[in-house]
Design a protein around this ligand. Structure first.
Ligand code: GDP
Length: 193
């Protein structure tokens, strides 16, 4: 998809604040600092609409990006950042869970992981959660530019095995740095709209 038009709708915390247009929704999940904002920005062709911040764990609301009047990207707070206060952490989990469980328009969760490293305990917990609620996952392994191409398959295998990925869930390679993997990611998204 060639993106020309993106509108940042709102920051929602409660279900009554979710948009009501009825477009398919794709949520973005990932550990803080994994490259989630960079993924979103690359996919929508913006330099910094989704804030890439050096302060992990900053986004504390659900941010809806309306794309081409056709779909929403729903950016959820990054997880696994220890320095976030306990009270903030306690409100996150339920907010994300409530959205994942109640949104009728959620087609898939795009879970961003780092191709360089084996998925963390938090990555596995997030994937298990999606599995438990039968939510399809598109796993995107980003920062591929940091690994020689010849090693991608080995790292992909580690990601698949560690997350214990369902066969039907795709694992895509991505690099925001090189702008690589965008067509494949858009094809996965569009096939589920
Ligand atoms: P977020 O906290 O998950 O939203 O992460 P960001 O998008 O802010 O990225 C965290 C850091 O990783 C930043 O310094 C980015 O420049 C860097 N980064 C993100 N994606 C890539 C990538 O594909 N390749 C490389 N080399 N660096 C990346």
């Amino acid at each position: 998809m060639k993106v020309h038009n993106v509108e940042m709708i709102m920051s929602a915390v409660r279900p009554e604040q979710y948009p009501t247009e009825g477009f398919p929704e794709f949520a973005l999940a990932g550990r803080s600092n994994v490259g989630k904002s960079s993924f979103i920005n690359k996919m929508i062709g913006r330099k910094s609409l989704a804030r890439t911040s050096s302060k992990p764990g900053k986004t504390q609301t659900l941010n809806f990006y309306k794309i081409e009047e056709q779909l929403f990207f729903v950016d959820v707070p990054g997880y696994g950042y220890a320095k976030v206060s306990k009270s903030a952490r306690e409100t996150w989990g339920p907010m994300i869970e409530q959205y994942f469980i109640t949104s009728e328009k959620l087609r898939a969760v795009i879970q961003i992981v780092d191709l360089r490293h084996a998925p963390s305990v938090d990555d596995c917990a997030m994937y298990d959660f999606l599995n438990h609620y039968n939510i399809p996952a598109i796993v995107v392994a980003t920062k591929a530019d940091k690994i020689p191409k010849g090693k991608w398959d080995k790292h992909k295998k580690i990601v698949r095995e560690k997350l214990q990925m369902r066969k039907e869930d795709p694992l895509l390679i991505f690099s925001a740095e090189k702008g690589m993997g965008m067509d494949e990611a858009w094809a996965e998204i569009e096939s589920r709209m």
